[in-house]
Write a protein that binds this ligand. Structure first.
Ligand SMILES: Nc1nc2c(ncn2[C@@H]2O[C@H](COP(=O)(O)OP(=O)(O)OP(=O)(O)O)[C@@H](O)[C@H]2O)c(=O)[nH]1
Ligand SMILES: [Mg+2]
Length: 323
């Protein structure tokens, strides 16, 4: 039986960081496959992860929990046939709920050992009202309070209590039995997603889910908290400072920026990551595509257009006419 873990959590909380750090550390003796379901059409995480593993299948689309479970399931089947993995890690998009993925894995006969929800201890307050974020916590049984380096003990305590409240109110319910599932949950703490191996050691029993697959009601992403993304391309010949300048002027509506950029004063391509005001960079070995930045947030259209107007090296893609 192939085992799996689902890694969920809101945009930019540290899911990929957890994969690159912890999985590499604890599962080097196993044949691991990683499936990344990224928000949007263009994947960055796959580029980051393929620096560590070669077995990355990236499924890039809006929201797997809404329409595309078939594509997801055939993608996972492909990876199983190709790599014969012992264990599969699925990183869900920060904008989707984990439960449909849980069901897809079960459909495929893959055991789900745990649904891990990574929480940004510092920024939970900024995203906890988002309905998807709540169901990510509700639909998991291993919660990891991440980014503990950015908070005091008191702040961590407050955030942990908020998570417990959300967990209780947004646990997934079996409509047939009226019982909640994912009841036996644990809360861990982490910095840069580093958790002990024990966290993965399948002691977590997910309650009876028979009858749920047909019955699960997708909660729907409400209009107010729907998340959108905009992709912008960067001109060639820019400098690192140009990129830094953009990242220092991100408006509040945008809470996540990812990108890969090539600049003339750094030899390697750079992966950039912005989440809730924090910026980090990492060099990549290779990247053959044009430099891009992906902006993600709520009602961001105008703000992204303004940014592009302000910085002439940043451009929204032109429309392509189909002949
Ligand atoms: N200070 C600090 N930064 C962290 C920690 N974990 C992750 N980060 C940073 O947070 C940013 C986002 O991390 P990712 O791992 O890409 O987050 P993600 O959840 O995969 O993001 P999406 O896939 O876009 O939803 C990066 O800049 C990381 O370096 C942490 O524990 N502490
Ligand atoms: Mg990620």
């Amino acid at each position: 039986m192939i085992q799996s873990f689902i890694i969920t959590g809101f945009l930019g909380v540290g899911k990929t960081t957890m994969l690159t750090n912890t999985v590499k550390e604890h599962f080097s003796d196993k044949k691991v496959a990683i499936v990344v379901n990224e928000f949007g059409d263009i994947g960055i995480d796959g580029d980051v992860l393929s620096n560590v593993y070669s077995e990355v299948l990236e499924i890039s689309e809006g929201c797997i929990c809404c329409q595309l479970s078939e594509e997801f399931e055939s993608g996972v089947l492909e990876i199983i046939n190709k790599y014969d993995p012992e264990i599969i890690f699925v990183e869900t998009s920060g904008a989707s709920e984990p439960f449909p993925i849980f069901m897809s894995m079960q459909n495929l006969g893959v055991t789900v050992e745990g649904v891990i929800c990574v929480v940004d201890s510092k920024n939970l307050g900024s995203y906890k009202d988002n309905s998807t974020a709540k169901y990510q916590i509700g639909g998991s049984n291993i919660i990891v309070m991440n980014k503990t380096d950015l908070v005091t003990e008191e702040e961590l305590h407050v955030a942990t209590n908020e998570v417990k409240e959300i967990k209780e109110s947004h646990n997934i319910k079996n409509n047939l039995t009226g019982k909640t599932v994912f009841n036996n949950y644990v809360i861990n703490q982490a910095e840069k997603g580093m958790v002990k191996k024990e966290v993965f050691e399948g002691v977590y029993q997910v309650d009876e889910i028979v009858g749920m697959a047909k019955d699960y009601q997708h909660q729907g992403h409400t209009q107010e908290d729907s998340i959108t993304q905009k992709v912008a391309y960067l001109k060639e010949g820019i400098e690192f400072n140009d990129v830094d300048e953009v990242l220092n002027n991100i408006p509040e509506s945008i809470y996540r920026v990812k990108g890969v950029v090539k600049v003339k004063d750094v030899p390697n391509p750079i992966v950039l990551n912005y989440s809730f005001g924090n910026v980090s960079f990492e060099e990549l070995e290779e990247y053959k595509e044009p430099s891009i930045m992906i902006f993600i947030g709520e009602a961001i259209e105008n703000d992204v257009s303004k940014l592009c107007a302000k910085y002439d090296f940043l451009n929204l893609p032109m429309f392509r006419l189909n002949k």
